[in-house]
Design a protein. Sequence first.
Length: 366
Amino acid sequence: MAKKTQPDEGAYLAQVARSPRYCAVDYPKGYLPAKPGAGGDERTRLLRETAYKWLNGTRIRFWFYAKPKAWMGSESDRAVVRQAFQMWKALGIGLEFVEVQNQAEADLRIAFLQGDGSWSYIGTDNLTKREDPRTMNFGWSLTEDPAEGLDTALHEIGHAIGFPHEHQNPFAGIVWNEAAVYKSLAAPPNNWSKATTKHNIIDKLAADKVQGSSWDPNSVMHYPFEAGLIVQPKKYAKGLHPKGGLSARDRKWVRSFYPPVKTETAKALTPFKANSLYLASGQQADFVFKPIETRDYEFRTFGDADALMALYRQAQPAGKPIAQEDDGGTEDNAHLKVHLDAGKEYVLRLRLRYAKQPGQAAVMVW
């Protein structure tokens, strides 16, 4: 039997130093892969495009693990993540990010388990209950290389607010040297299996999962790639390296789904009066309701449309809604029945996921 040789530590460290570390995202079921020629009808396409996006105006609460110790991370690493949340918010988007001290209140539960890779669930899939309570993990120091660390935090938060990997954009036209890709990702520091590499690099997103019809190689959601992994476009055969930070297209698309919330433009709901929804698919409308008596109320959409509808307790909603329903993909209309208190103010947020024509849907309370 041949003697098993020990790995050369210097060679190992050199390999780690020159190879980028990647995020391994767990896409929701049905997200990947895209089937050639698939896309379905217009309703299916638009329902997929808006899947896993938060309602605009949502206050997303995040929390850092304090135990077990291996999940805790350093205060400097936590500071990088806080900075990344602030950078997304500074774009003027309608989402809020609030750090909470109670795990039970958190929508995002963040750990720093070293060696487990960096990853996050996509958008509202963070609310799915799993055996592993973490929804986001950072598997390496975010401060050893400050630029890379900040980009890593921006990238994972990008996933958490609903954005996929940009290098899997079908409009990129990337042709991979697949053998080289599998070999590179199987090596340190990623040590990925062939299945993980296929899921996170080789497979293409469905066209209805990406924002727009163009590719952004400078997106913070794009991996860097070393020379020899990309065959086409030829200009990237010697490597592809995003500029770093949030690109112009990142900024554009996050604002398109999460524009600034203007509470003064929210319409007042009056019982038994229909409010037409002059919205394009994917757009959102907010309504204010102040009941004059304490009783059960019902909110319902009408018309040939799919909508995600949620009711909150106050004009600046915090935390989870009182009630929520998504009728996407069904023949029913969104319907909420809740007990409300007289004199208190409530906000109804409604994202129209699909409608044949603007104005052919409405919402009413009674």
